[in-house]
Design a protein around this ligand. Sequence first.
Ligand code: MG
Length: 369
Amino acid sequence: MTISRITVWQVDLPLSEPYWLSGGRLKFEALGSTFVRIDTADGLSGWGEGCPWGHTYLPAHGAGIRAAFEVLAPALVGRDPCALDTINRVMDETLPGHLYAKSPLDMACWDILGLSSGHPLWRLFGGDKSIPVPINSSIATGTPDEMVARIEKARAAGYRVHSAKIGGTDPAVDVARITAIDAMIEPGEAITYDVNRAWAPGVALQVLNAVDARAWVEQPCETIRQCAEVAARVPQPVLLDECLHTLQDHLDAWRTGGFAGLKIKPNRVGGLTKARQIRDLALAVGWQMHIEDTGGSALADTAAIHLASATPQTHRLASWLCHAHLAVDPVPGQGARNIDGLATPPRDPGLGVTPDPHRLGDPVAVYEG
Ligand code: MG
């Protein structure tokens, strides 16, 4: 089997409400997504999506994906899409780094492997059934009252796990946020306080040692080293997110020690192939994990849910669905969606999400042999 054509669409995804990350320092109103379809010479087509969470959150941006395709796509035409390790090696040799740009191409190749083998991705990732995955809300930062109201709204939509964005320059405000939220969390619910690397280590120590909460704290500071210093001196379990990119980063975090978990985002680490390697490392060292993508429609969400579903429940926390924040739905009704706080990956072969190209507008690039 060989890749005969790679077709690319730019898809703008406006959010249904503006979203503020840690301390209100970053505001998001729309995401720039890239959809890609890889066609094979014998008639199979696989889909992928790459959608950074804006261009201020990680070293990634939507247009960068399409620019990287200019060198990556010609290198893949004529290759076997089912030879995933070779596909990834070719991409790494053709363009070192730029992990986020490789993820949608890797995703489309996994879709083709699933279609050609007759298996859904959760099975190819090692699962034996289509197990529902708990999903978590993502609560934009704000005043304590605003954040409590957002969690109540998420609770009404079925969410029982929440991720609240905190982290400003005034430690007293963060103590107030955590105290107010912790008081309203009900039995059977779980919460993570996601700082999005906004604190200096000293602020993290002040806040986390002043509150009674013992919930997860995510990415309190910028670097692995800073987060480790905090993790060693606070009573809450700490997990990492933005500072983990390569497999080497994950090995460095493990060697540094002090962490109890991580967030695996295929787009951040370079695709499902690398995300699966990191998932297996996390299982081996005992980390608990959230598996979700950085952003996108139900296409990207569903790819991550396949991997989450195939991950042992003992080590799996919850997954976020970006498409719940969008004002548009390029793949209406398809894929893993929120049903009473759970998302279940499709049982169809491959990703189980097939966009209608007519909904995506005109392609912005076509690469052929
Ligand atoms: Mg995070």
